[in-house]
Design a protein around this ligand. Structure first.
Ligand SMILES: Cc1ncc(C[n+]2csc(CCOP(=O)(O)OP(=O)(O)O)c2C)c(N)n1
Length: 348
């Protein structure tokens, strides 16, 4: 029941085999695209192409393996995702088009996540059970038991994945998830993830947590836990695979605490400039790929340039796209109508 460091776990099947070169390069590919996308989004905000940026540079080494391990699909037979506003990398690894994140940042009608009406990084993909990411923090932890309950009733191997930051665990929603997912004989297939970057906006975690590890809080509920080095994509892949296999098979909850970096601060509100003194998972992974002879500096630099150009070209096109129309303001909004079919106070 004690938290274990997944880097110490030998591998997903108990051997010391490394992940295959193909998988490592695939992880790198998505990490690089996600980082270049975040840099583009930050630039867009600074250049007036968006009013606010928040995102996940520094979490790629964890979020990409997560996305690759998801059973993607619609309905309770597949995984449900209740993610965080730093989770863009997970959606990219699942196959989302990075240009859609640019459309949302620019708030154009073609943004498939919110029709140009939500914040950056508020991904929502109905066909993949990726439920809308919320700005009020931690509410996803109250919703997760609902989809997990549907999956438990449905049967099969689909699991619910819910992710949030360290500070958010102070909210009651986090306790709600611990309680509802661990009721005796009614346990739910929920993978709870806390991506711990050691800060809640500007408040250091060290000043807020009496517990040594956030993951330890799950022990009181009989929930198994793991502490993962989220800056290491190999440790993340192995640790997540083990945790997800457990939830899929046992139909019981599991809590992962991942240590990650926050490489551009909290959001555009704190300047979004690069933070030099935190581990940059992309830099360290690229060094490893070079050392192992799996890629070269020149190749990775060329790839970065290509991705940067692709997203810049996409932005130029998105700039020409139309914003949402006023008439579409009530599309997809749940509201009761009066006898005349009108939304009270609305314009439907
Ligand atoms: C319910 C609620 N309270 C407060 C906020 C303001 N707020 C936005 S982000 C944030 C800090 C979240 O920190 P953490 O959970 O550690 O996640 P991180 O942003 O570090 O990934 C706060 C307090 C909010 N969005 N929602």
């Amino acid at each position: 029941m004690r938290a274990v460091i997944a880097t110490e776990a030998k591998s997903e099947n108990g051997t010391s085999a490394q992940l295959s070169p193909e998988l490592l390069l695939q992880i790198h590919d998505h990490m690089l695209m996600t980082r270049v996308l975040e840099e583009r989004l930050i630039r867009m905000q600074k250049q007036g192409d968006g009013y606010f940026w928040i995102g996940g540079p520094g979490e790629e080494a964890f979020n990409i393996p997560l996305g690759l391990l998801v059973d993607r699909g619609l309905g309770p037979a597949h995984d449900y995702l209740h993610l965080h506003y730093r989770s863009t990398g997970t959606a990219i690894a699942m196959g989302a088009d990075p240009v859609d994140a640019i459309r949302q940042m620019k708030n154009v009608a073609s943004d498939p996540f919110s029709g140009g009406r939500n914040f950056a990084a508020h991904t929502a993909i109905f066909d993949w059970n990726l439920v809308p990411i919320s700005s009020p923090i931690e509410v996803q932890f109250s919703m997760a038991p609902g989809t997990a309950m549907a999956q438990k009733r449905h049967g099969g191997r689909g699991i619910t994945i819910v992710q949030g930051g360290d500070a958010g665990t102070a909210e009651g929603d986090f306790a709600t998830c611990l309680i509802w997912s661990s009721r005796p004989k009614q346990e739910l297939p929920v993978l709870m993830i806390v991506t711990n970057n050691q800060y809640g906006i500007s408040t250091p975690a060290a000043t807020q947590h009496g517990e040594k590890l956030i993951a330890d809080r799950a022990n009181a509920f009989g929930i198994q836990t793991a502490l993962i080095d989220g800056n290491d994509p190999e440790a993340s892949y192995r640790g997540l695979k083990k945790a997800m296999d457990y939830v899929r098979t046992e139909r019981k909850p599991f809590l992962v605490e991942a240590r990650v970096s926050r490489l551009h601060g909290h959001s555009s509100s704190s300047g979004a400039n690069f933070v030099e003194d935190e581990v940059d998972c992309l830099r360290t992974f690229q060094k490893k790929l070079e050392e192992r002879g799996l890629s070269t500096r020149a190749k990775m630099d060329e790839q970065r340039e290509r991705y940067t150009q692709h997203l810049l070209d996409a932005l130029k096109k998105v700039r020409e796209e139309a914003p949402p129309t006023p008439e579409s303001a009530f599309d997809h909004v749940f509201a009761t109508t009066n006898k005349a079919g009108q939304v009270p106070g609305g314009v439907r």
